[in-house]
Design a protein. Structure first.
Ligand code: SF4
Length: 410
């Protein structure tokens, strides 16, 4: 049994680590010092909660200490990021039950974005000024999201640093859930970095390659903002944003979309990130989007641009070989010092997305684009309807880094 404070709640402990409890899934911790989510086995729940809440000075379990302690109790050099992110290990969990309520909600706060990425999964929610929320509406939408007491809310878009409502959103969420902010970094200002530090938000910067021309080919500037041209390379801006956040002591994560253009260079990118002291890297297989299905087919492909077939077993697709090499690099070069998550995007209805005007949506599992989770109550869906529309097992697997299909983990 969990402690009373935890029973089906989400609380911020004195250490800053967020603890979420769900009677079906169990206990999950989000560390704002690493930007990572960990499942915590019930046998350790009580003691770890006391430690996170400063009621006891330490805990015996070394794996828990070095996974949840970096940044406040243990040095980052001692950090350990198990894969899957289940503490103390996957074996102690046996089966993972699906959660009864959302673990993570993506708050798509704005459709504005300075970039026009060739694979943008969100194009159907973007560039619509009339849906941009007012300050009051941001407060209401934030409260609606918090009703579900998720462990983490990802403020995303569009580019959240491109909306004047970012601070309003951070204020609503602060202290009640973990916060991650997605950004391309292109217009990120130093005062916004200071704001992330103040609110304990993890900043997730999109960076597709250490090679400027590859990143820029995938992530060009949006042509309706010609004034931005003089700011220069989108890749240099992303790297600069990353370095400024690290320099300011803000927790960072890097998000990379893997396509046939960059998948062979991912290990080199991983080396660069490791040297920059990035400790949390997520790699997505490019996701199909109804708005850009042709582009998706070109980006996934089975052959390179000059017609050569990708190595590896064709039946497993062009990514299998590249991802296997990534896993090897993680164990041989980066060790446990960098958490590497590979997201396969094979279960589209595993994500919960709140649109700029406050509708709760998911990605259709039959390729029909984004769909309402609850047609009757689009702005305030019932929990039963969330459980029906969302594949809750895949939802938990996605955020606890449990790769499905092949059984492979990173
Ligand atoms: S940065 Fe994100 S939201 Fe903006 S165009 Fe690229 S994928 Fe779409």
């Amino acid at each position: 049994m969990p402690t009373e404070a935890l029973n089906n709640n989400c609380v911020r402990t004195k250490s800053g680590v967020i603890v979420y409890h769900d009677s079906s899934l169990g206990t999950v911790c989000f560390s704002p010092f690493t930007g990572l989510i960990f499942g915590l086995h019930s046998s350790l729940e009580r003691q770890v909660f006391q430690w996170l809440n400063h009621d006891i000075a330490s805990i015996e379990n070394e794996i828990c200490r070095n996974s949840l302690g970096p940044g406040w109790a243990t040095p980052y050099e001692a950090a350990f990021y198990p894969s899957p992110q289940l503490l103390p290990n996957a074996e102690s969990w046996g089966n993972l039950n699906a959660p009864g309520r959302p673990l993570l909600v993506n708050w798509f706060i704005t459709g504005r974005c300075p970039l026009a990425c060739v694979y943008c999964y969100a194009e159907d929610l973007m560039r619509n000024e009339q849906d941009e929320p007012s300050a009051n509406r941001v407060g209401e939408i934030g409260q609606q999201i918090l009703k579900f007491q998720p462990a983490v809310v990802v403020i995303t878009g569009g580019d959240p640093v491109f909306t004047p409502r970012l601070e309003d959103a951070l204020r609503v969420l602060h202290g009640k859930t973990g916060i991650i902010v997605d950004t391309s970094g292109y217009t990120l200002r130093d005062d916004q970095i200071a704001m992330f530090k103040q609110f304990g938000a993890t900043v997730r910067v999109s960076l597709d390659s250490h090679i400027p021309r590859i990143h820029e080919a995938q992530r060009p500037l949006y042509d309706k903002y010609p004034g931005f041209q003089r700011r220069g390379s989108t890749q240099a801006a992303a790297l600069d944003a990353l370095c400024r956040c690290i320099g300011a002591g803000v927790t960072v994560c890097v998000q990379t979309v893997a396509t046939k253009k960059n998948s062979n260079d991912l290990i080199r990118l991983g080396d660069v990130l490791f040297q920059l002291r990035v400790r949390n890297w997520r790699i997505f297989k490019v996701a199909p989007s109804k708005a850009r299905l042709d582009g998706y087919r070109r980006l996934v492909g089975s052959h390179s641009d000059d017609g050569r077939a990708y190595s590896g077993k064709r039946s497993r697709g062009p990514y299998a070989h590249a991802f296997e090499r990534l896993l090897q690099a993680k164990s041989q070069s980066w060790g446990s010092q960098m958490a590497v998550q590979v997201i396969h995007n094979e279960t589209p209805n595993s994500v919960i997305l709140v649109s700029p005007d406050g509708k709760f949506m998911t990605e259709s599992n039959v390729g029909a684009g984004k769909v309402l989770i609850d047609k009757k109550y689009p702005f305030s869906p019932e929990l039963a309807q969330i459980r029906t529309s969302i594949d809750m097992s895949a939802h938990a697997n996605r955020y606890l880094n449990i790769a499905y299909g092949t059984g492979a983990t990173t």
